[in-house]
Design a protein around this ligand. Structure first.
Ligand code: XUL
Ligand code: CO
Length: 437
């Protein structure tokens, strides 16, 4: 036991002042025909929760994540598994996500790293037995090791490309072994610092080749889940190729990868791209590619990926609004979030997840209310009413020509007004659903 003083976290309702209780996440509560547990497949991110201790550019760890073992050893890797499972069970979290090097210390030789991965995945598999804990997705860290300084699939070096391929292959093996629902490609260092030394076309084609080989290999070993691209516009590279959902979807379609891939949308990545979280969810959804979510929040005053635990109910409501409208996720809600550096105790790890899970549960409740309220839907429906009959219906059906439309316009002389967008009215509808009685 690593969290002896922490009980199983109960649901106590909105009035509760118990810091170690859920105020909104009530797993068995039914919303729009499904339980909260089904709507919200939450996942623990191995890297932030079990590995990161708060080190930043200006200072070392503030939180002790040794879990009683010496860091860099397999004993430590196993202690993290034990601590992680205790953590997830106490919170009722049913999924985890991992990078290869989150679960074992990377060795100098890839053969030894892979042996360690076999050993730890046996250990995790054993631990999963008798629990309802499952793997949401796995991925390969192809950005920390110095060999990946120029990228992985986009590296100028064919030897480095081979290392990336080897890591993807092994990470897929482990993901499949653990029954993972998905496999993620976050662009890492797939991008560039300057065009003076970069062949963008060549690099992008190579990334597509790596992804195609990953799909072929994954399917050959029985992986039936989704591959995901997790878009991000910048950081660590100045230009990341998977800038946002629209860019990543265009890339997948251009390379014939769109049937195997969906999007893993991270809130803070969307806002770094100059979009709202909701925008990138919508773009993914309308393309049939809303797969999974990396649940976190950025800071509008800071221009980098702060990975904060989500607390903004407006944002989580709009996220859940998109997710409900899309019929749910094939993946889940992975807390790619970290405690602020001064929140450095084991209790803070729990407070953070309680905050995030409650924020999404409340977002779900409010999004369902917005849908049941119906005013937004009715407004949007009415806004496009001119396409329901007459010339509008002909446009939608693709049964007209530019000549016919020009003749129609000639006849009108001056066009009718398109109608008010009523933005402020609609914003007040949202506020009344969020905060009204
Ligand atoms: C980095 C990030 C990654 C991915 C997985 O910004 O979000 O942790 O989620 O590689
Ligand atoms: Co992420």
């Amino acid at each position: 036991m690593y969290f002896d003083n922490i009980p199983v976290i109960p649901y106590e309702g909105p009035q509760s002042k118990n810091p170690l209780a859920f105020k909104f996440y009530n797993p068995d509560q039914v919303i729009l025909g499904k339980t909260m547990r089904e709507h919200l497949p939450f996942a623990m991110a191995w890297w932030h929760n079990l590995c990161a201790g708060g080190t930043d550019m200006f200072g070392r760890d503030t939180a002790d994540k040794s879990f009683g073992a010496e860091k860099g050893t397999m004993e430590h890797a196993k202690a993290k598994v034990d601590a992680g499972f205790e953590f997830m069970q106490k919170l009722g979290i049913e999924y985890f996500c991992f990078h290869d090097v989150d679960i074992v210390p990377e060795a100098d030789d890839i053969k030894e790293t892979n042996r360690r991965l076999d050993e730890i995945s046996d250990y995790i598999l054993e631990k999963m037995k008798g629990t309802n804990i499952k793997c949401l997705w796995g991925t390969a860290n192809m950005f920390s090791n110095p060999r990946f300084m120029n990228g992985a699939g986009s590296s100028n070096s064919a030897d480095v490309f081979c290392f990336a391929a080897a890591q993807v292959k092994k990470a897929l093996d482990i993901t499949v072994k653990l029954g993972g629902k998905g496999y993620v490609f976050w662009g890492g260092r797939e991008g560039y610092e300057t065009l003076l030394n970069t062949d963008v076309k060549f690099e992008q084609e190579n990334i597509a080749k790596l992804m195609k080989m990953a799909v072929a290999y994954g399917r050959s070993i029985g992986f039936t889940g989704d591959f995901y691209i997790e878009p991000k516009p910048k950081e660590p590279m100045k230009h990341q190729y998977d800038f946002d959902a629209a860019t990543a979807i265009g890339f997948l379609k251009a390379h014939g990868l769109d049937k195997d891939f969906k999007m893993n949308i991270e809130a803070n990545h969307a806002t770094l791209a100059g979009h709202t979280f909701q925008h990138d969810l919508r773009i993914s959804a309308i393309n049939g590619m809303l797969g999974s979510v990396d649940a976190n929040q950025g800071d509008y005053l800071l221009g980098w990926d702060t990975d904060e635990f989500p607390y903004d109910i407006y944002e989580t409501t709009m996220c859940m609004y998109e997710v409900l409208k899309a019929g749910g996720l094939t993946g889940g809600f992975n807390f790619d979030s970290k405690n602020r550096r001064p929140s450095c105790t084991p209790e803070d790890m729990f407070y953070a997840y309680i905050l995030g899970m409650d924020a999404f549960a409340l977002g779900l409740i409010k999004a369902a209310k917005l849908i049941e309220d119906g005013r937004l839907d009715a407004f949007v429906e009415d806004r496009y009413a001119s396409y329901k009959s007459g010339i509008g219906a002909k446009i939608v059906a693709g049964e007209t020509t530019l000549e016919e439309l020009a003749a129609y316009a000639d006849e009108m002389g001056a066009p009718a007004q398109p109608g008010s967008g009523r933005q402020e009215y609609l914003e007040s509808v949202v506020n009344s659903v969020l905060f009204g009685l």
